[in-house]
Write a protein that binds this ligand. Structure first.
Ligand code: GTP
Length: 324
């Protein structure tokens, strides 16, 4: 099987960081988000096709420089085509069936078991669903007694939600689902195409474990905690000469003598954290400098940020080269 991964969104909820860095390359628990998503794929996947758009060149260059265990091809869009248009544009030569992954879903999911379930029910698609407390921001599935999806209700009021099982952004589809997708304009696969596929048999694959749509600042930090707790963090630990407790992941050389860390921190390459500064529950990207006595918590700091001595950065998102 091949996999199409949708990597073309603008990541508006993570601005201003995403003005400089595409969402999929933001490090979470020491690795770019995209790489955690790809980790879910079975080893025998023949090819990963990245449907790119925004900052397509940056993503293509990064995956060339940091190869994964499957061949990767990037297929850029000249204009944003939405999820459906992106699939269609990237779908030439895709396998039947194929995996479809959103690139901002950080989860535990057994795609071997999902593939087996898909082969067994014989329908046109299998969608991973995850049960949430509050389904209001999501597409919510109605299911029959055999776990066949009978409807999707987008962003329902609680009283209108048919269940608490939401579209988890991980699916397996027969290749024929690409046929009805119109070309030349943006198409939402979930809204415009999936409803028409339901009569042909789309079945639920219920996820247990954890799942997070890491598209907003609060959620990307929550996803980072989940990944660290699941031992999926990158290497590192509290830097030499620093204090505190992990998990901390470092993505290159870091200077942090007499600083205090953790838990739940990612430090990019060449980050400097001066003595008596403190960093907790945060993502700090390459070349950022946190000066003496500063306090950074619950925050996402883009590349080349400077946090001035003694300043507090709590619950903030700072874009490339910002000063706080
Ligand atoms: P926000 O702007 O913050 O909502 O983020 P986003 O642009 O990533 O949108 P959203 O989270 O709804 O996207 C879900 C998935 O579809 C993500 O993996 C996106 O990268 C992807 N995606 C969204 N729009 C497009 C598009 O026009 N083309 C392609 N190829 N992928 C897209």
């Amino acid at each position: 099987m091949k996999a199409i991964v949708l990597v073309g969104g603008f990541g508006t909820r993570l601005r201003p960081v995403t003005y400089a860095v595409p969402k999929q390359l933001i490090p979470v628990a020491g690795r770019p988000m995209l790489y955690h998503v790809l980790d879910l794929l079975p080893d025998d996947v023949e090819e990963v096709v990245l449907a790119t758009g925004y900052k397509a060149d940056v993503i293509a260059a990064y995956v060339r420089a940091h190869p994964v265990r499957w061949p990767v091809r990037t297929v850029p869009e000249e204009q944003p085509l939405g999820t459906g248009g992106g699939m269609k544009n990237a779908g030439d030569g895709v396998s039947d069936p194929f995996f479809l992954l959103n690139s901002d879903v950080l989860a535990s999911a057994d795609l071997h078991a999902m593939r087996a379930a898909h082969a067994q029910h014989g329908g046109v698609g299998t969608m991973a669903l995850f049960e949430v407390e509050d389904p209001r921001p999501y597409g919510v599935a109605a299911l029959d007694a055999h776990d066949r999806i009978t409807a999707f209700v987008e962003k329902p009021e609680p009283k209108d939600a048919p269940s608490r099982w939401i579209n988890a952004g991980i699916a397996i589809w027969r290749r024929e689902v690409l046929d009805p997708i119109p070309t030349g304009r943006a198409v939402s696969f979930e809204r415009e195409v999936v409803p028409g596929l339901l009569p042909r048999g789309v079945f639920a694959f219920r996820l247990s474990g954890y799942w997070e749509d890491a598209g907003s600042p609060e959620r990307i930090l929550r996803a980072q905690r989940l990944l660290f707790d699941d031992h999926r963090g990158g290497p590192g630990g509290v830097p030499p000469g620093a204090r505190g407790s992990g998990p901390v992941a470092t993505m290159g050389e870091v200077r942090a003598r007499d600083a205090t860390f953790g838990p739940y921190v990612t430090l990019g390459a060449r980050v400097t954290v001066a003595p008596d500064a403190r960093v907790e529950n945060a993502i700090v990207m390459d070349d950022t400098v946190i000066e003496r006595g500063a306090d950074v918590r619950d925050s996402l700091l883009g590349p080349r940020v400077r946090v001035r001595a003694g300043h507090r950065v709590i619950g903030q998102v700072l874009g490339e080269a910002a000063e706080a």
